[in-house]
Design a protein around this ligand. Structure first.
Ligand code: SAM
Length: 291
């Protein structure tokens, strides 16, 4: 969808605003903006067709991805941005696309109640975000806890974090985040960008990943999986017979591991997602209350 409203180029928006002037503040907000329209367009294309869809964008910054999302004519767009310096750049987009239900929310995403935010329309939302490095994984975990609201996620992280999210069992990158994400979603890396693609450039490469919720997954298991993985990966070199003692007394733990067909001498990075799910299922039985 095109607009008759003249929108200034993003580079001009950044130059003419107070954005990025205070470098320490910009760093604390993870502000590395994308301004190249062809890169922005490619990222939003990776989310798939958005016409008539409901989209949530987290950390809109000066609105590069926001503009590209709006061009694809979604029915709804909620854009969340914490930094008031970005709001002046985002507000004109409301006038530019009057037929789209565009809601711009100027708050910290971590303070939002995601479920009430996404009630209307009550159908699966697409999440698109170039996430701030410092809170990217925390935001992802919050989204995963509410996964029933979502159709797909197209998310940019620093490359190392993307690798941890998608890491296969047995690798050094495989950890708690990999298990939680792979329990709930099927994912792949779809793009990697060098530091020079951003203003200001970060020190590291960034990657976009695309995650699609698994249809038949047991979502009620997630809190138990969070607990088991937290304990198991706390000290990676510890064997399970030691690390899981905070969840089960020694004799009980032996039985649990036997039942799951997992040797007590194994270390957490050798356990598949299915094996962690088996342990989480044992933890869910009513006799174990870890709250
Ligand atoms: N989407 C823009 C782009 O791609 O150019 C900006 C991405 S920038 C990496 C991350 C953005 O998230 C920044 O604009 C920052 O101010 C915002 N941000 C940081 N922490 C946030 C939070 N807790 N809630 C909402 N927005 C946040």
């Amino acid at each position: 969808m095109t607009t008759n409203v003249h929108l200034p180029r993003l580079a001009e928006v950044i130059r003419d605003s107070s954005l990025l002037r205070d470098q320490r503040r910009a760093k604390s907000l993870g502000q590395h903006f994308l301004t190249d329209p062809s890169i922005l367009s490619r990222i939003v294309d990776l989310a798939g067709p958005l016409e008539g869809k409901a989209v949530l964008e987290i950390g809109s910054g000066p609105g590069g991805l926001t503009r590209e999302i709006l061009k694809r004519n979604p029915s709804h767009l909620i854009a969340v941005e914490k930094d008031p310096d970005c709001w002046t750049a985002l507000k004109p987009l409301l006038d530019a696309y009057p037929s789209i239900h565009y809601l711009f929310i100027g708050v910290d995403f971590l303070q939002l109640d995601v479920s009430s935010l996404l009630l209307s329309p009550n159908r699966p939302w697409h999440v698109i975000a170039n996430l701030p490095y410092n809170v990217g994984t925390e935001i992802l975990i919050r989204l995963l806890r509410k996964i029933h609201h979502f159709a797909a996620f197209t998310l940019m992280f620093q490359k190392e974090v993307a690798e941890r999210i998608l890491a296969p069992c047995g690798t050094k990158e495989y950890g708690r985040l990999s298990v939680l994400v792979q329990h709930l979603t099927t994912g792949r890396r779809v793009m990697t960008l060098p530091p020079g693609a951003f203003t200001p450039p970060p020190k590291v490469f960034s990657s976009v990943i695309h995650l699609v919720p698994k249809p038949d997954v047991d979502r009620s298991l997630t809190p138990y999986l969070e607990k088991v993985t937290e304990v198991a990966f706390q000290v990676r070199r510890k064997m399970l017979r030691q690390s899981l003692l905070s969840l089960w007394p020694k004799d009980e733990l032996g039985k649990v591991l036997d039942q799951c067909k997992i040797e007590a001498e194994r270390r957490p990075e050798t356990l598949s997602v299915a094996e962690f799910e088996a342990l989480a299922t044992q933890l869910r039985t009513p006799s174990y209350d870890f709250s």
